[in-house]
Design a protein around this ligand. Structure first.
Ligand code: 0RA
Length: 631
C-alpha cells in the first residue's frame, strides 16, 4: 500500500512538471516579460504568507550577475524531514508537488488566487536550476533541482541558530522569451507589497548594476496614501485610517482629500492590486456616499435637508487605498484583477459606514475639510452644468458659430480633413500660407490657453481660446461629447520647439485627455514635428529634428556648413513650413496615444498644481532637458 502511494506520487509529480513546462501560460499567465517577473512575485508571495502569519520580518531579494534571483526570508522555514505517507522529504514535496498545500497549509489568509498562489513547484518547473536552503531545527538543509527535478537529496550542510528560507532560481531560457529582470519593475511591486504589509522590511539589490532599495513602512497604507499624494496639496494633514475585521474578513482603509479634481482609489485583495475593481470597490463607493452625506446632514452642513452630495462629489480629489484580506478570494475579469466574491460588498460597505462615521466624529477638523471639499465639488458641478446649458442655449459652442480666427478648409468630409492648432499669430500666418487649403484648416491660438487643472469647467468655458477649440472641433465636451460630430479626423498640435511650446502642448494634451478622451482613444490627435535645425552646404540642404541628427549631419558634411536653428515656427517661411511640417508626403506626424496623454496629465499636475516643492524638484531634475530645449 505504502509503496503504491509512493509510486503514484512520483508519477503525479512527473506529470505535473511536464504539464507546467508544456503549458507555462496556464500557470503564470504568459512567458513574456510579465510571466518572467511573475516568478519572483510567486516566490516572494510565499514569504509574505509567512509574514502575514506573523513569523517573518524581513524579505531580501537579489538579482544576481548570472541572471538568477535569490529570495531570502527569516520565517519559520519550509518544513523538512521525511513525510511518512509519501516517503519523500516534506521540503521536496513543497517544491515538486503542484498545489502542495493540504497538510502544510498555514492557517492564515494567503496571497493565493489570481495568477499568484500557484506555488513554488511551478517556479521550480520553469527554472533551469533552483536551489533551496532552509534554516530550521538548528540546521541548514539544502537541495538542488534542474528543470523541476531534484538532482541532490535534501542535505544538511551545517548548523544554525536561525530560521528562514532561501530560494535561488534561474529562469529557463527554453521557456521564457527573454530572461532579463528589470530592477525598476521589481522594485515598484516590492514597494507596493511593503506598503500593504505594515512594518515588513523588503530589500532588493541588483548585483549587475549595484542598485539597491529598501522598503519598510510602519504606517502601512496610511503612508501609501501620503506617498501617492506627495505631489498634491492635501486638505488635511493626517490621512483618515481604520482597520476592522468582520466575518473573517479584514478591511483596512486609508484616505485623504486633496485640492486636485481627480479621484485616485486603489484597491487590493490579499495584496493583489485589483486594477479592475470588484465587489470591495462597489462596497466602498456606496459607503463613502452614504457616510459623508449622513455626517453632513447631522451637522447641518447642507443648505437644504433635501440636498445630497453625489458619489462623484464625495470622490473628487480623494486618494484612497483599500486593502481587504479574505480566506478564498475569487479573481475575475480580463486580467484576473477584479474581486468577484459577492459577500465582500456588504462587508466592506457596513464596515466602512460604521468606522468612517466613527473616525469623522472623533476628528471633526478632518471631517470639516473632507465634507467642505465635497460641498465645493457639488457647487462647482452645478455651476458647470449651468454654464454648459447657457453656452448651449446661446449656441456658443455650435459649429454654426465658427470662430473668426479659424481658416477652414474647403473639403466637407471630416475623414479627409485636418486641423492644425498653431501657437501664436505669426506662426498661424505662415501655416495659413503653407497649407493645402482644400483639406487643411488652421486655428491660431494666442498665448497660453487657460490652466485647466485649476479652472473649473464653468470658468473654462469663459475662456475664449478654449471655446474656440471646442467650437472648431464641433464635438462638444464631457458628457455632451459626440465623436461623430468631429469636423476633422486629424487634429495636429503644432508648437514651437522651446519650453513654452512644450508647455502649451502639455496643456492641450491635458485638455483633450480630460474633456475629450475619445479623441485620443480613436487616434484623432497628432503632434506635428517641426525641425530644430536647417543645415546648408553648397547645394545640400537638410532639416534636422534632434541634436543627434545635427551632430551626425555636421560630421558628414564637414566644415563650412551653415546651421540655422529654428527657435519658433515663425522663423520658417511658408515654403519651409510646408515642406518640413505640413505636406503629407514629407512631414513627420506623431500620433498621440493614451499613454502620452496620461504622461502629459501627470506632468501637468506637477507643473500646474499648487504644490510648489514638487514643481521645484521637477524643474531641477529636468533642468538639463529644459536647457537643451531652450538654447
Ligand atoms: C508550509 C508550512 C510552514 C511554513 C512554510 C510552508 C513556508 C514556506 C515558505 C516559502 C518561502 N518561505 C517560506 N516560509 C515558510 C509552517 C511550518 C511550521 O509550522 O513551522
Amino acid at each position: 500500500m505504502e509503496d503504491s502511494t509512493y509510486d503514484a506520487e512520483r508519477i503525479q509529480v512527473l506529470e505535473g512538471l511536464e504539464a507546467v513546462r508544456k503549458r507555462p501560460s496556464m500557470y503564470i499567465g504568459s512567458t513574456d516579460f510579465h510571466g518572467l517577473h511573475h516568478l519572483v512575485y510567486e516566490v516572494v508571495d510565499n514569504s509574505i504568507d509567512e509574514a502575514m502569519a506573523g513569523f517573518c520580518t524581513h524579505i531580501d531579494i537579489k538579482v544576481n550577475v548570472d541572471g538568477s534571483v535569490t529570495v531570502e526570508d527569516d520565517g519559520r522555514g519550509i518544513p523538512v524531514g521525511l513525510h511518512k505517507k509519501y516517503k519523500t522529504d516534506a521540503l521536496q514535496l513543497v517544491l515538486t508537488k503542484l498545489h502542495s498545500g493540504g497538510k502544510f497549509d498555514r492557517k492564515t489568509y494567503k496571497v493565493s488566487g489570481g495568477l499568484h498562489g500557484v506555488g513554488l513547484s511551478v517556479v521550480n518547473a520553469l527554472s533551469e536550476w533552483l536551489e533551496v536552503r532552509v534554516r530550521r531545527k538548528g540546521e541548514v538543509h539544502s537541495q538542488r533541482y534542474e528543470r523541476g527535478l531534484p538532482v541532490t537529496e535534501v542535505e544538511k550542510i551545517g548548523p544554525t541558530d536561525e530560521t528562514g528560507t532561501v530560494v535561488i532560481f534561474k529562469p529557463d531560457s527554453d521557456i521564457f522569451e527573454d530572461t532579463t529582470f528589470d530592477f525598476d519593475i521589481l522594485s515598484g511591486r516590492l514597494r507596493e507589497i511593503a506598503f500593504l504589509n505594515r512594518g515588513l522590511k523588503i530589500s532588493i539589490s541588483d548585483e549587475r548594476s549595484q542598485m539597491s532599495n529598501a522598503y519598510k513602512y510602519d504606517g502601512g497604507i496610511m503612508e501609501y496614501v501620503q506617498y501617492i499624494n506627495r505631489n498634491r496639496t492635501t486638505l488635511h494633514e493626517k490621512p483618515i485610517y481604520f482597520k476592522a475585521e468582520k466575518n473573517g474578513v479584514s478591511v483596512e482603509l486609508s484616505m485623504q482629500y486633496t485640492e486636485s479634481y481627480v479621484e485616485s482609489i486603489y484597491t487590493f485583495a490579499n495584496n493583489i492590486n485589483t486594477v479592475e475593481g470588484g465587489s470591495h470597490l462597489v462596497g466602498l463607493r456606496a459607503a463613502l456616499t452614504r457616510t459623508i452625506n449622513d455626517y453632513a446632514r447631522k451637522y447641518n452642513m447642507l443648505k437644504t435637508s433635501g440636498e445630497a452630495l453625489s458619489g462623484e462629489d464625495v470622490r473628487e480629489g480623494l486618494t484612497a487605498v483599500l486593502s481587504v484580506k479574505l480566506p478564498e478570494p475569487q479573481f475575475e475579469g480580463q486580467t484576473k484583477t477584479k474581486l468577484g466574491n459577492s459577500e465582500i460588498r456588504g462587508i466592506v460597505e457596513s464596515t466602512v459606514n460604521d468606522k468612517l462615521f466613527e473616525f469623522l466624529e472623533e476628528n471633526p477638523k478632518i471631517a470639516q475639510a473632507s465634507i467642505g471639499k465635497a460641498i465645493l465639488a457639488s457647487q462647482a458641478r452645478e455651476a458647470a452644468r449651468k454654464a454648459r446649458e447657457l453656452t448651449r442655449r446661446k449656441g456658443l459652442l455650435d459649429a454654426g458659430n465658427l470662430p473668426g480666427k479659424l481658416a477652414d478648409c474647403t473639403e466637407k468630409d471630416p475623414s479627409k480633413c485636418e486641423l492644425f492648432i498653431v501657437e501664436g499669430d505669426s506662426a498661424g500666418g505662415s501655416a495659413k500660407q503653407a497649407r493645402d487649403r482644400s483639406f487643411q484648416a488652421v486655428l491660431p491660438l494666442r498665448g497660453k490657453i487657460l490652466n485647466v487643472e485649476k479652472a473649473r469647467l464653468d470658468k473654462m468655458l469663459k475662456n475664449a481660446e478654449i471655446r474656440t477649440i471646442i467650437t472648431a472641433l464641433g464635438t462638444g465636451i464631457d458628457t455632451e461629447f459626440d465623436l461623430s460630430k468631429a469636423r476633422y479626423h486629424r487634429i495636429c498640435i503644432m508648437t514651437d520647439a522651446d519650453v513654452d511650446g512644450a508647455h502649451i502642448r502639455t496643456l492641450l494634451l491635458t485638455f483633450f485627455f480630460r474633456h475629450m478622451e475619445q479623441m485620443i482613444r480613436h487616434g484623432y490627435i497628432y503632434i506635428a514635428q517641426p525641425p530644430l535645425y536647417r543645415v546648408k552646404k553648397g547645394k545640400t540642404e537638410r532639416y534636422l529634428f534632434s541634436n543627434r541628427e545635427l551632430n551626425d549631419a555636421l560630421q558628414e558634411l564637414g566644415q563650412g556648413a551653415d546651421v540655422q536653428r529654428y527657435k519658433g515656427l515663425g522663423e520658417m517661411n511658408a515654403d519651409q513650413l510646408r515642406e518640413t511640417t505640413m505636406n503629407i508626403d514629407s512631414r513627420i506626424l506623431k500620433r498621440v496615444t493614451i499613454e502620452d496623454a496620461v504622461e502629459a496629465n501627470d506632468l501637468f499636475e506637477v507643473l500646474m498644481g499648487d504644490a510648489v516643492e514638487p514643481r521645484r524638484r521637477f524643474i531641477h531634475e529636468h533642468a538639463r532637458e529644459v536647457e537643451v530645449l531652450d538654447i
